[in-house]
Design a protein around this ligand. Structure first.
Ligand code: NAD
Ligand code: MG
Length: 302
């Protein structure tokens, strides 16, 4: 009998042509950039992600939850039954409101907490407000990131270096520290590292260094928190189609060819990495901690 179920068709899809392949149009944006301005529009799983109760009743805070990988995780978490708070920059309100509506559409609690995580005071209050509004906290996803390329070390200013470290490393430290007041045994922390942690580009010295720091922090903290029953893992994406890249993360020529050097011949779409964030948050991966899970379209970086 012929199988006409659309789910079967999707399950048999060839990953090489599941999504758009380069070249892409030039599309410069000011950082942090908006997903809604990207061509093609990234797929965060809005139409495709199906939940099955894997995070039922859990409460998650996701930084950078307005767009890209964080948005894909937020949609997936809500569809898996979690209440979700997202942080983002005030300039990203339009992207964030789309995510809030998608979380609410699942009947889950959605909390919008805009603000700049390069300030310690804000990070501390962010965690407390998220936990108070959600009624607890048991999943923390440190995902917000700053990436601005610089062709030479001479052009990399102290201010830019500092901003990258504040956003990617210090904020993770401050937010995680504040979360310790709320996280209980069974909780999970998931950080977002990068293939840059292992194979740094010559134009991303500061960014790649922060991603290596995130991987080391993840492994050390996993050992420290195991006796408290809290797991800590990281995800290391390769090229994913998000506003981070088109708003100064890469030169525009590279954005136009983004993902072409991945063996699968294209960039990943945020929807394609959401399931890793779900698995690392879920009790299904209860023996997994201190790991950095890579998704890079076949390069095999780690
Ligand atoms: P994105 O632009 O959609 O998400 C990054 C988010 O970081 C922004 O939406 C913004 O809300 C947040 N952010 C930046 N500065 C902030 C600040 N000062 N205060 C509060 N929030 C701030 O892009 P993305 O690619 O989905 O990025 C998510 C994570 O994935 C980042 O950590 C990034 O380094 C990592 N990553 C991305 C790729 C890729 O190819 N896209 C590859 C490896 C790692
Ligand atoms: Mg954004």
């Amino acid at each position: 009998m012929r199988d006409t179920n659309p789910e079967s068709t999707r399950n048999k899809q060839d990953p090489r042509n599941a999504y758009s392949v380069p070249p892409f149009p030039a599309q410069p944006q000011q950082p942090p950039g908006l997903a809604s301005e990207m061509q093609p529009r990234p797929d965060h799983g809005e139409q495709s992600y199906r939940g099955s109760g894997r995070l039922q009743g859990r409460k998650a805070l996701i930084t950078g939850g307005d767009s890209g990988i964080g948005r894909a995780a937020a949609i997936a978490y809500a569809r898996e039954g979690a209440d979700v708070a997202i942080n983002y920059l005030p300039d990203e309100e339009a992207d964030a409101q789309e995510v809030i509506a998608l979380i609410k559409a699942e009947g889950r609690q959605a909390v919008a907490l805009p603000g700049d995580i390069t300030q310690e005071n804000f990070c501390t209050s962010l965690v407390d407000r998220a936990a108070e509004k959600l009624g607890g906290l048991d999943i923390l996803v440190n995902n917000a990131g700053c990436q601005q390329f610089a062709n030479s070390i001479s052009e990399l200013s102290t201010e830019a270096f500092d901003k990258t470290f504040k956003t990617n490393v210090y904020a993770m430290f401050w937010i995680t520290k504040a979360a310790m007041r709320w996280l209980k045994p069974g909780a999970a922390i998931i950080n977002t590292s990068s293939v840059q942690a292992g194979k740094p580009s010559e134009i991303l010295l500061d960014y790649a260094s922060t991603k290596a720091a995130i991987s080391a922090f993840t492994k050390g903290l996993a050992k420290q928190l195991a006796p408290q029953g809290i797991r800590v893992n990281a995800v290391a994406p390769g090229p994913y189609w998000t506003p981070l890249q088109s708003s100064g993360g890469q030169p525009q020529e590279k954005v136009q060819q983004f993902g072409e050097s991945a063996p699968l011949g294209r960039p990943g779409q945020p929807a394609e990495i959401a399931a890793i964030y779900v698995l690392l948050a879920s009790h299904e991966s209860s023996f997994t901690s201190g790991q950095v899970w890579c998704s890079d379209g076949g390069t095999g970086t780690f």
